[in-house]
Design a protein. Structure first.
Length: 391
């Protein structure tokens, strides 16, 4: 699946940079065009893979290149002021080669949370291709103001995109000593999951390795649909196999191989176990699986470790867990891969406890802000009154 990716804000730009690195090292072909947008000049200068000419500094008359901080209103103002500058950078792409747009943003800060929904709405008016969002939620311990911003932006972003792919930092916190290291690891997790999903839709990258059940860009687009929130599950297992050329017919038969290849039963059991782990384990956004409207299953790995029986069995299991009949499934053979991976896409989920909690934290943060403002006002009035009494 070939995407025009726009990284909005600090987090969005860094994730875009990682997608470009992923694309260049793996040769997946998923990034058809890349643009980084920010109101902070230093953040744009810190990128490694985004072409310099595709880095757009916005809001210079508003924040003078210093960023919007934690104020989404400033981020929105910067985006609206320089939307044509952003569009000029997007215009450099070959639109006929793009399957969809992906606007990437962290939702807890200022530039991305305020500006990403503005850009998504703008793109919807101009293009027929789907416009998706990849929204990153702050962790609980990042504080009330970040969760307040995210709660507001989440709703606005979801309303302006065809589907909001969501990643919750809270579920992927690490024990790293520094914030920088922690965020770098989280960004790796984001790119691993969503990179695997979009790579599977780029069928040209398969070359001569024909999948038993092809999942192309249209299958992914149909699964994401034209509304809703999406969470993605991922699980992988490293395997050791002696390499031997095996054709599609061999994989369909799934027979034993005396040179170390797994039997059909082993391959089937591995696939079903990985799919269960991906679905019931750590999702990019924890949700009730039964609230899923549409689902997609992708299994990737060396051709000899994949078989149709395992994929079909796993698909039926997902149907039983989600209670929805719209479940697509396929495989993605990767001859040089050392692991088998399962990607489970849960689209249109509606029961999301984390979002409800984030909204509660936002209300509490707003109430606390009003309380502090009132205390400050009362304190100032008392100070003025005390001064008058002294006279």
């Amino acid at each position: 699946m070939k995407l025009a990716m726009i990284g909005f804000g600090q987090a969005g730009g860094k994730i875009l940079d990682r997608f470009l690195e992923y694309d260049s090292t793996r040769g997946t072909g998923i990034v058809g065009h890349a643009v980084a947008v920010n109101s902070a000049k230093a953040d744009l200068m810190g990128l490694d893979y985004v072409p310099t000419e595709n880095r757009v500094l916005i809001g210079q008359s508003v924040v003078k290149g210093h960023g919007a901080g934690t104020e989404p209103e400033l981020g929105e103002k910067c985006a609206r002021e320089d939307i044509e500058e952003i569009q000029s950078a997007i215009d450099q792409m070959a639109s006929s080669e793009i399957d969809a747009f992906l606007v990437i943003a962290g939702l807890g800060g200022g530039t991305g949370s305020g500006g990403a929904p503005v850009l998504a709405e703008h793109l919807q008016r101009l293009y027929v291709e789907p416009v998706y969002g990849l929204g990153v939620l702050p962790s609980r311990d990042e504080g009330g103001i970040y969760n307040r911003n995210a709660a507001r932006s989440f709703q606005g972003f979801a309303e302006t995109v065809d589907n909001l792919l969501t990643f919750d930092n809270d579920g992927f916190k690490t024990g790293c000593e520094s914030f920088g290291e922690g965020y770098a690891e989280i960004n790796d997790e984001i790119v691993t999951r969503f990179g695997a999903l979009f790579s599977a839709g780029e069928v040209e990258a398969l070359g001569d390795n024909i999948a038993e059940s092809v999942v192309d860009a249209s299958e992914i687009i149909n699964t994401l649909g034209d509304h809703g929130i999406t969470s993605v599950g991922y699980a992988s297992e490293t395997i050791e196999l002696e390499r031997k050329n095996k054709g599609l017919l061999d994989r369909l038969r799934g027979g034993n191989d005396q040179n170390g290849f797994a039997s059909s039963g082993d391959a089937t059991n591995r696939i079903t176990a990985l799919v269960r782990k991906a679905t019931l384990g750590k999702l990019t956004l924890q949700c009730e699986v039964a609230s899923t409207e549409r689902a997609l299953l992708l299994v990737s790995g060396p051709p000899e470790a994949l078989n149709r029986k395992g994929v079909d069995k796993a698909r039926k299991w997902i149907e039983s867990k989600t209670e929805c009949m719209e479940v697509r499934a396929g495989d993605y053979p990767l001859p040089n891969e050392q692991k088998v991976a399962a990607i489970v896409v849960l689209a249109g989920v509606t029961d999301i406890p984390r979002v409800k909690e984030m909204q509660r934290m936002a209300i509490e943060a707003e109430a606390r802000r009003d309380e502090l403002k009132s205390e400050s006002k009362d304190g100032l009035e008392d100070l003025i009154k005390y001064g008058d009494d002294e006279e």
